[in-house]
Design a protein around this ligand. Structure first.
Ligand SMILES: [Zn+2]
Length: 339
């Protein structure tokens, strides 16, 4: 086997105040991810339930504010492309509309308003809506950033995930240089190909399908699984073997990607996950070497105090503390892995 799934158990003992101060031993599972190089700590105890998803606080705060992404407002309030770049001011496909990010964080950062509807629950997104967003991102990369090598389609859904608007929107970014995470993945993929003469994503998918413990299923061009070392309590990863990119998928394959996203979102809502981040990492040029990877992660607040799942460990040590094992989550999701 060419992947080293490093898993180091660490035990600690104490007198347990929740069990009449009896000596108790707790195990923590330290993991190193052979695909991404990520590190996580899986705890053996877990929260009971997140409770029901609740967006009422954000919807209440949102009342009375004019939404710049709602139909009618978008045309008046949204940023527009320079006329020499896009004569119409924005790109559109179905309900999706792409326009410049008025708060840019790079040379090519754009927003894609996904739906006409202002508020959409995670389970209500349709594959057609998500596919239109992805296809529009592809058109934007082609038309507006033809020189760029790497791109990503990202999503901050709801305020705990960093979303600035309730109205669903993707954020896309492209550059000649990959982001930090992508550079690590790219380097590991190149090293793997040199060492083993094989495509890393293809070999990893093959291993995970055969192993089965974190495997969810294949759908369209992507293989879905839970990563060995998660970046969140709920972390789903999809990979495409064989050096594919968003740029060379057929519309039907893009719809397959969108169906997978919608399945995960339905599962998220059923688990009480009301906020999520997404990143679809892609090469924009043939041979650029970045594996096509999609990540969908929870951004939950743990009851009853509403504790953010991100803490000092993740923020300052680059390690994720996780209350749910990826194996357990994959088992759960597999039960409902259907449209
Ligand atoms: Zn709106």
């Amino acid at each position: 086997m060419s992947f080293k799934f490093i898993q180091t158990p660490r035990k600690t003992a104490f007198l347990n105040p929740f069990d009449q101060f009896k000596p108790t031993e707790v195990e923590v599972d330290l993991r190193f991810d052979p695909l991404t190089g990520d590190r996580s700590r899986i705890l053996s105890f877990r929260f009971k339930t997140l409770g029901k998803m609740d967006h009422s606080l954000y919807l209440e705060r949102d009342k009375g504010r004019p939404c710049p992404f709602c139909p009618g407002n978008l045309e008046k309030m949204g940023a527009r492309f320079l006329p020499e770049d896009v004569a119409e001011g924005f790109l559109s496909r179905g309900e999706a509309v792409c326009f410049p990010n008025a708060f840019p964080y790079g040379a090519h950062t754009y927003v894609i308003r996904l739906t006409k509807r202002h508020y959409v629950r995670p389970s209500q997104f349709t594959p057609a809506q998500v596919a239109d967003g992805l296809l529009l991102a592809r058109e934007a990369f082609k038309r507006l950033a033809p020189e760029d090598t790497y791109g990503s389609v990202n999503w901050n859904y709801m305020m705990p995930a960093g979303g600035g608007q309730v109205h669903p929107h993707f954020q896309i970014v492209s550059s000649k240089r990959a982001t930090h995470f992508e550079e690590v993945l790219l380097r590991r993929a190149k090293n793997y190909a040199t060492r083993h003469g094989q495509d890393m994503a293809a070999a990893y998918v093959e291993h995970e399908q055969a192993d089965g413990s974190r495997w969810v299923g294949r759908l369209g061009p992507l293989a879905w699984m839970a990563p060995f070392a998660p970046r969140a309590i709920y972390d789903l990863m999809a990979l495409s073997p064989g050096g594919k990119s968003l740029m060379d998928l057929t519309p039907k394959q893009v719809e397959g990607v969108a169906r997978g996203i919608c399945r995960v979102l339905k599962y998220f809502e059923a688990q009480g996950v009301g906020s999520h981040n997404m990143a679809l990492h892609t090469s924009l040029k043939p041979g650029a070497g970045l594996p096509l990877m999609l990540r969908l992660v929870s951004r939950v607040q743990i009851p009853i105090m509403g504790i953010d799942e991100i803490n000092y460990f993740e923020k300052l040590h680059d390690e994720t503390v996780c209350f749910l094992s990826p194996e357990e989550m994959a088992r759960d999701l597999k039960k409902v892995w259907r449209d």
